[in-house]
Design a protein around this ligand. Structure first.
Ligand code: SAH
Ligand code: F3S
Length: 486
């Protein structure tokens, strides 16, 4: 008995003697990266008891989860690393890691250019971070670029998910990665080279993850992947589950009342998915479907493999089953060879389809992609002018859509007490607008809580119907509670 007690005391003394290490993770780029960063924190927490900090100055480990989709994002990596180098000069024990798509593309070159970087890993090897960290820590006396086993940017199939700890979540919304990579090879895009070919997680793995999230109180999931609608997950019996079928399975998970997904490709926005919109109320009335350009000539040069008519046709079919659908898209302005007439077609498409919101960027030449070889006679100035004209059209339609919400009754997932207005609750509508409304429990909460502001409320985590009364900003409205759903 004594022995056991002593052993426990020894352990306690030992645990107290080892300070908990802290990891700071900077995330660039898309939602996939946000998801991956969360998983990096999880694996290091699971293996080394590390905790994630948002204060870079107190961190023992710095990780940059990078994006290489456009040149600007890529350049930011090295300028930011320059700042991290100064932190390492002050604290030589600081371990610096670079993950994500730039790491995947540059591999060993990262340490050639920034020799103070200790570990380099790609989107598919983030689960190996604990080993990379151990290797780096063991070889601190050797220059990082000469260390062994501290760079791993391989594509080991889809094993990463087998090594990730059980998902944990705070809040009522969660991301769930259902597939990795992309096999579409659009001529401008680096993703197939940095994240590898499309690989889907087995159906049961995806459903088990969502089950576990639902048990923790999650009400809304966003299914993630570069082309989620290309999902081909293996089922238990060896057959293949396609995206539309997956949506049905997810909709039947208790507690999950809202399903979003991003991103998808028009080519695989098939009729069975449109049918899911007719049958599954859990599927939000919002679709993000990148089109990139309104010109068939440009679409062909981009190797999107569909015409504008195909896109419009699918949208019209969707509108027939979901008249209240909100649409958003991605556009590339100034692709090599884009004439003013091509640009006008893109502008017209945006006006005709009346997008709810959209992301648009000037084309960025990515080394190693087929479009990088194309002759480009459009000046950067012209491209920037076109982008400004385009973004103004999108801005106006976003504004109009939000103004049109006034008078409508919308479904809202209540997420928190409004920070600056504690007598109000804040949530999100299907179309991603924030909705604020007076909290019916405010007075009671305050009484119970001795007149201090209450951090929780019975409605947080529930769906309600709110009648919108006021426009606040292009992304926010105010309203009145009409009905509590569940
Ligand atoms: N899977 C998605 C795209 C993911 S990449 C699809 O089906 O289209 C996210 C967005 O970045 C793209 O939609 C595109 O608009 C933009 N993008 C990708 N490569 C780019 C480049 N070289 N220059 C400018 N924008 C680019
Ligand atoms: Fe990129 Fe095209 Fe895939 S934009 S992510 S190659 S669908």
């Amino acid at each position: 008995m004594d022995n056991i007690d002593n052993a426990n005391m020894d352990n306690a003394a030992h645990d107290a003697a080892i300070p908990v290490k802290k990891v700071f993770i900077a995330t660039q780029g898309c939602q996939m990266n946000v998801y991956d960063s969360e998983k990096m924190g999880n694996v290091l927490g699971d293996s080394h008891g590390m905790i994630v900090t948002t204060d870079i100055n107190e961190a023992d480990v710095l990780i940059m989860n990078t994006c290489s989709i456009r040149e600007k994002a890529q350049e930011k990596v090295f300028s930011e690393l320059g700042r991290w180098r100064k932190l390492k000069e002050k604290n030589p024990n600081l371990v610096i890691g670079v993950g994500g798509c730039v790491a995947s593309q540059e591999g060993d070159n990262i340490q050639q250019r920034a020799p103070y970087v200790d570990m380099v890993f790609g989107p598919q090897t983030l689960h190996r971070l604990p080993e990379l960290y151990d290797q780096s820590a063991k070889q601190q006396h050797i220059t990082p670029k000469n260390r062994i086993g501290t760079v791993d940017v391989s594509f080991p199939s889809i094993e990463k998910f087998d090594f990730l700890p059980e998902p944990t979540v705070e809040g009522y919304r969660a991301f769930v990665s259902i597939m990795e990579g992309c096999s579409k090879y659009c001529s401008f895009c680096v993703v197939p080279y940095t994240r590898g070919e499309e690989l889907s997680r087995p159906l049961d793995d995806v459903l088990a993850e969502i089950d576990s999230l639902a048990e923790q109180g999650v009400r809304e999931v966003t299914l993630l992947g570069q082309n989620v609608n290309g999902y081909r997950g293996e089922k238990d019996d060896g057959s293949i589950c396609r995206f539309a079928e997956l949506l049905h399975y997810v909709a039947h998970i208790d507690g999950i009342e809202r399903i979003r997904y991003t991103t998808s490709h028009p080519l695989e926005f098939t009729d069975d998915i449109i049918d899911a919109y007719a049958k599954l109320p859990q599927l939000v009335s919002h679709l993000h479907l990148p089109v990139q350009s309104g010109s068939n000539k440009v679409l062909a040069a981009m190797k999107r493999n569909h015409t504008i008519d195909v896109y419009i046709n699918q949208i019209n079919k969707l509108k027939a089953v979901r008249p209240d659908i909100h649409l958003s898209s991605d556009f590339i302005i100034g692709f090599p060879g884009e004439t003013d007439a091509d640009f006008q077609e893109t502008l017209q498409l945006a006006k005709d389809l009346d997008f709810d919101h959209s992301y648009s960027f000037v084309y960025s030449k990515r080394p190693g992609t087929p479009a990088a070889e194309l002759y480009d006679d459009v000046s950067l100035d012209t491209k920037k002018q076109r982008l400004a004209v385009f973004q103004e059209v999108i801005k106006q339609s976003t504004l109009k859509k939000t103004q049109q919400m006034v008078g409508q009754t919308v479904r809202v997932l209540v997420e928190q007490i409004a920070n600056r207005h504690p007598d109000n609750l804040l949530g999100t509508a299907d179309n991603t607008r924030s909705v604020m409304f007076a909290n019916p429990h405010y007075a009671a909460n305050n009484e119970a809580d001795n007149n201090s502001d209450c951090a929780e409320d019975a409605l947080v985590g529930h769906f309600v119907m709110v009648k919108v009364t006021d426009f606040v900003s292009p992304h926010m409205v105010k309203g009145e509670l009409v009905e509590i759903l569940d």
